[in-house]
Design a protein around this ligand. Sequence first.
Ligand SMILES: [Zn+2]
Length: 448
Amino acid sequence: MLRSLVLKSVLAVMAPLAALAACVAPQQTDVLVVDASAIFDGRDVIRDARLVVREGRVEAVGPQSEIAAPAGAEILDYGDRFLMPGMIASHSHVGTVSGTEHGGRFYSRETVERDLAQFQRYGVVAVNALGLNRPLFHELRKELRGPGHDGADLFGAGAGVGAVDGAPPMDRMGVMPDQAMRPATPEEARAAVRETAEAGVDIIKIWVDPMGGQVPKMPEAIYAAAISEAHAQGLRAAAHIHDLEDAKGVIRAGVDIVGHGVRDAPVDQELIALMLEQDVWYVPTINIDEANYIYAEHPEWLEDPFFLAALSPELEAQLRDEAWRQRALDGAGSARMAVMNNLRNLQRLHAAGVKVALGTDSGATALRIPGFAEHRELELLVLAGMTPTEALAAATANGAALMGLSDRGQLAPGFVADFLVLEADPTVDIRATRSLAEVWRGGYRVDQ
Ligand SMILES: [Zn+2]
């Protein structure tokens, strides 16, 4: 029998009673065996595979011929279906979109929970909300993760460290003053990072990008101080960059994660050497630019229930509007160039052995669509030369490693049993991740 999250929350409420009962009579152990034609474990694909889950965590995974079903286990035979770990979105945002608009004024418990619920429906079980969070984040971050809450688990950077008069731009993004700290001196940068760390975050975000020369770039002395203080606080630092020279700058200053692809120029040997030497993560976010035109280019996607289910009524109306579509296509020149550069640069960096994790910037604007963007990004990673299995690893084990989550992103003994059930095999065609049939969190199937 499959239990739902509803039952799970009832059980959570009853937990003290259950504990009392357990003192009287020993409880039956919860063991689940799931057989499927294949399981991607976060690194490799196992054929004719078996997953054993005990009390919400993976106990064993491997070929059915090698793993015996424990006595008394509930056995689910998923036939020719495919299992993979729940996805981890390494660069997203939450709570800032309403309809076709975006801005800090929309940030609330409701909008954050709405986004986390949508991510989970699309198989994303953990989200790195990389900046633009308002102070409420620190409270939500404690509540909206782990057992008993329904939705992707919330991780993230709090507000983030922005540039004075620069990114994230107050005018264009509807950014509120409390969505980014803007230190003017290295001392202020260190204080901003300390304050953020004390409020409770998983990562430090810095914006260095001069946005095509439209705004001042964050000076090197500021980001170097912020990165060094992040490390002093035991946190990793992720940088928003666009240009090759800025990528090199933040890496020289010790950044751990390059949070967007290099999109102004071809990457060179110097960048590759820096990234490999310092073991830096690369999160290309190819869909961030593609989102400007791809939906206008593909009105037939509006016939696809998987895509439609990710759209608010307002966004769906916009995407169906012929005049909007024409404007989007007319203005797509620079975004297309950015996507081309991003794809080529990813190909080069990946071939050189740079570590890649999947991120999209989903949730930052209405067109960066939570959940759907992650499935689209998988396709883009493959277009850039990654194998489907490598793309799946970027979305699972690599995302967990980037965040330092030691029991997520893999189906391996001891890991949280967060997994997806697919109708088709994404190692044959990566778009098969869209044949998502079930989402399981901590050993329980989520009602979709
Ligand atoms: Zn972002």
